[in-house]
Design a protein around this ligand. Structure first.
Ligand code: TPP
Length: 541
């Protein structure tokens, strides 16, 4: 059967694999793709204001659905703007497809108007970069892109499509990607693992993002409780294990206290499950120690490039961590009492979680706002974070309960929060979405907030206004005290800005108003921006 055009064939593949939304900024280099989209009413076209915003929305969408988030951008300038999202997808292990219009195939590599060699540009951050040169390749590339983006460590794939091969007649593709089958280890190995878990006096699970999938959290919880294993989560993965569970012992982050790490080092069996064991999670490769851990180490991740990449594992398991957890609970649990070990880990965690008592002399201490959100947020809340110091109280003190979700860029990329909140609300507008962003990050992608008004997305935008790139100022004060350089901000009136977008807006200036304003915003079910007049006072050393 004939497909209308090569672009139709490409979208046939995407739509056939459940991809129902694309985020884009249009460009003359992909008019053929845009034209085909008219014939795909099942694909929601979200028109954005900056390719960074479009790309971030695709990253957030990919993380939420487990299917690749799709962004379409124009050649040269558009693709350059989108690069931040490709990097974020790679660092955050999120499936994403970036489609880029390109100059005509006949002119390739002549440095034509807005031409870039994307293999060179994205080669080190994308899992696969492919430049189509014939119309038939559009559908084939889309088919392969879905597999590559979602297999192993999920990540970004870039498909480049010259403008003169977007509208040719081609055969309608009938490709279907099948689920990859992961085996679990053989019974002998599983028995050895179960025995080792039972023998361990001070075991510890370090759980990562691979449990962020349907059934993943439940499997992890069942494993932990079956064998009475305390659980730490890897960097910024707070929401994969209920923080109010008796076996939750905190997260591995940028600032774990030395005393806590001393206790953790005493563990005798680390089960690193579904985590890449990156530099921050491992506290710069000392927990577990590079290149040979002091503890028995089990490392499970569905990618052979991750397991044993840095630190050799006694049990190196290239398989699905969810299936591993589901399988292990069929082995009997026969172990000595571990309550002292778990108790000592929880003491460290509880000391870390305690809310600060420091008051700000000027403005609001933002930690109080975070505390109020935590107290009043329902169980269907998603917290979307940008990068900056305002986010520190969330990472440290917010207790994510079952049902609550954290969308935070592992890449530490500013500008992520607002587009991520929009993508979350587009997926499920019945959820409570709270976007926390600083005045710096908001001015990077806050323009995308207009989508919340256009589509009536009930998002609570909290803009922490401290007149500064506070996070960098903090580092500056530590390294170069009193020598402020390049970190102060002159801001617009965020309240009036939001009103001009057609949204409700509130200025939060005193401590006493916090609870009322937060409760009002959470119950409003309409987009609202709260400008929080905070200051550097509560955060500077
Ligand atoms: C795109 C990007 N540019 C620069 C940085 C470096 N950076 C990290 S945090 C930060 C300041 C954030 O300022 P703001 O959004 O106002 O939040 P605050 O730290 O003041 O709470 C900067 C510039 C980054 N992480 N990402």
């Amino acid at each position: 059967m004939q497909s209308k055009t090569s672009s139709h064939a490409l979208f046939d593949v995407l739509a056939g694999h459940g991809l129902d939304r694309v985020f884009l900024v249009p460009g003359e280099s992909y008019l053929g793709l845009l034209d085909a989209l008219v014939d795909f009413p099942t694909i929601d076209v979200v028109t954005c204001r900056h390719e960074g915003g479009a790309g971030y929305m695709a990253v957030a969408d990919g993380r939420l659905t487990g299917r690749p988030g799709v962004a379409l951008v124009s050649r040269g300038p558009g693709a350059s703007n989108a690069a931040i999202a490709v990097h974020t997808a790679q660092q955050d292990a999120v499936p994403m497809i970036l489609l880029i219009g390109q100059i005509a195939a006949r002119d390739l590599r002549r440095e034509a108007f807005q031409e870039i060699d994307y293999q060179k540009m994205f080669g080190s951050i994308a899992k696969w970069v492919f430049e189509c040169t014939t119309p038939e390749q559009l559908a084939q590339a889309a088919f392969k892109a879905i597999r590559i983006a979602t297999s192993g460590v999920p990540g970004p794939v870039v498909i480049v499509i010259p403008e003169d091969i977007q509208q040719q007649t081609v055969t309608k593709p009938s490709f279907t990607n099948h689920k990859q089958i992961f085996g679990v280890p053989d019974t002998t190995t599983l028995t050895q693992i179960a025995n080792r878990i039972n023998q361990a006096k001070r075991p510890l699970i370090i759980a990562g993002g691979a449990y962020d999938c349907p059934g993943g959290r439940e499997a992890l919880n069942a494993l932990a409780h079956h064998f009475e294993l305390p659980v730490m989560v890897s960097f910024r993965r707070h929401d994969i294990y209920a923080n109010d569970d008796s076996l939750y012992v905190g997260d591995l982050n940028l600032a774990n206290p030395a005393k806590q790490m001393e206790t953790l080092q005493q563990s005798d069996f680390i089960l690193a499950l579904g985590t890449r064991l990156g530099d921050i999670t491992t506290q710069n490769y000392v927990f577990p120690r590079y290149a040979q851990a002091a503890q028995t180490l089990l490392h499970c991740y569905p990618d052979s490039r991750v397991v044993g990449w840095d630190t050799v594992a006694d049990f190196g398991l290239v398989c699905d961590p969810v299936r591993l957890a589901e399988t292990l609970i069929s082995f009997p649990a026969k172990h000595a009492d571990r309550s002292n070990w778990i108790g000592s880990l929880r003491e460290h965690a509880q000391a870390w979680w305690a809310w600060p008592t420091r008051e700000a002399k000027k403005g609001i201490n933002y930690a109080q706002v975070v505390r109020s959100v935590m107290e009043h947020a329902p169980l269907d809340t998603t917290i979307c974070l940008d990068a900056g110091t305002f986010a520190a109280p969330v990472y440290r003190h917010f207790q994510f309960r079952t049902g609550q979700r954290l969308m935070a860029p592992l890449a530490g990329a500013m500008g992520y929060g607002t587009p991520a909140a929009l993508a979350c609300s587009l997926r499920d507008s019945s959820r409570t979405i709270v976007c926390m962003v600083g005045d710096g990050g908001f001015m990077m992608t806050g323009n995308e907030m207009i989508l919340a008004v256009e589509r009536q997305l009930p998002i609570v935008f909290l803009v922490a206004n401290n007149g500064s790139y506070g996070s960098i100022r903090l580092h500056q004060e530590r390294g170069y005290p009193g020598r402020v350089s390049g970190t102060s901000l002159f801001n617009p009136d965020f309240h009036d800005l939001a009103r001009s977008f057609g949204m409700q807006a509130v200025r939060l200036s005193t401590q006493a108003e916090i609870d009322d304003v937060i409760k009002h915003a959470l119950n409003l079910r309409k987009p609202i921006l709260i400008e929080v007049n905070t200051s550097l006072d509560a955060i500077l050393p």
